[in-house]
Design a protein around this ligand. Sequence first.
Ligand code: SF4
Ligand code: SF4
Length: 188
Amino acid sequence: MSGGDPVLVNVPLLDAVAEPPPHARVRALKKHLIGALRDLRVAKRPDKLIQTPTREPTGFTATVLAAGCATCQGHCCMGGGEHAYIDERTMARVRSDHPGLPEGAVIRLFLDRIAPLSYRASCLFHGPEGCTLGRGLRAELCNAYYCNGLRDFLKLGPVSGPVRIVAARDGRERRSPVLRPGEFNDPA
Ligand code: SF4
Ligand code: SF4
């Protein structure tokens, strides 16, 4: 696919207020992380819990996907609450990536990455600049997830023409600049 009018990629739109993380929510996240580590401790084969990592997109595809999430501002992350989808499988990977790190330090790894401002009632790692957790600590579900609009874009295969993101919900709309392969595009 190439040239002409931009391909429109339709994604949801989040219009929420960012706030400092409430203490009660941080405590709930910490409790959840302790539980995930406990579940890992009692697992018979912790190594078997590690999920196959999702391949990171590259090139123009990565630009469009990043612009999609930046324009949407993270509608799907609202479900992350005080758990961020982290469970014993995530912990198995993190412990394998950081051998010898005590459990308290593993929890600290996560708590240190809580967004200074996150969208109200959303995942505590969901800041105005995106996810503050990073792929290495994220649940594999987060690393692998694309909403319907981004999945439809991926189904198109390699796109060599311009693309534009349209984020819309309840009559409100936000559009990205036109993204062109080979050009620097700031999706913000
Ligand atoms: S995957 Fe879709 S819903 Fe989630 S942040 Fe990106 S564009 Fe928004
Ligand atoms: S960990 Fe990151 S990607 Fe996952 S729900 Fe939270 S903000 Fe979204």
